[in-house]
Ligand binder design. Sequence first.
Ligand SMILES: [Zn+2]
Length: 371
Amino acid sequence: MAFPVTRLRRLRRTAELRNLVCETRLTPDAFVYPLFVCPGEGVRREVRSMPGVYNLSVDEAVKEAEEAHALGVPAVILFGLPDKKDEVATGAWEENGIVQRAARALKREVPGLILMGDVCLCEYMSHGHCGIVKATPFAQSLGAAARDTLKSARVVAVQSEQEKATAIEKIASQMADYARRIEFEIDNDASLELLARTSVSLARAGIDVIAPSDMMDGRVGAIRRALDEAGFSNTPILSYAAKFASGFYGPFREAADSTPQFGDRRSYQMDGANLREAMREIELDIEEGADMIMVKPAMPYLDVIAAARERFELPLAAYQVSGEYAMIEAAARNNWIDRERVMMESLVSIRRAGASIILTYYAKDAARLLG
Ligand SMILES: [Zn+2]
């Protein structure tokens, strides 16, 4: 029956009618609120490119979590800014790591709040990559070549053989290091052990949901085995299953101080052009034991969310990332858009695409509007 019998505007006439026929409803219980925890006390440092988002010391993170929880937000996800970084991401898995400390405090002070722990190594590695960086054979052979050349040279101005050997080693390793910055790779299998160790350590500290975001192959299986062996067979895994290498992560790297010092993350995060590959990533994570799956970022990948919803039965999450947030904030500050309206529209679009769980920096503000 076409026009004039059918008039779709009939049901748009009043707010009450529009509400009655609303297809997608947003509720605060869909939200997960990301928190960036840093050392110190009373620290509340705003992230320059994410107005309204802070690096928080444990005591401040507790206050922030209490506030979110009181607004009806059921979960937070924790990211850590460690005291110091190294090449084996010690800060990620040590018992007294920053996220472990925050988890213990939050479990004690905000019972009933679901604690998710982001599992990655980039925030804790001196080089800022998500796994162990290994020099390629080219870098290694360059170091070896430098060593041999210097050994045979007679012009090294040092007193003893011992000093000479030390100087040679230093130069050779500097050259290998230089080459590594051009020619490096992330050692997938060696990184799995650290990711598993981090997950067990987080579960031990009280994290309820382990959320690996590193994009190493096989990490979900490795983490599942390690959790089970350590007695955490009831701890679920929310896998960042389809995580795309994205320019939208820019502000997060400032927030979490995790910018790679060389190269980029395209050798492990996904190519934004690939939808079918995203389905394979998700499928493999499910086979390895993921309990929930995630697509990240959200807005530029709504079609991936929709395809995943269509194809898989698991609870589906989407991460509205820092760049999505920063764009809305920046435009709103210029009075170019209506902040609240665009915020809610962006969240509804993620929900409509099929995500039932939304990780968002707007968790508190949106919950307040919905309340
Ligand atoms: Zn990472």
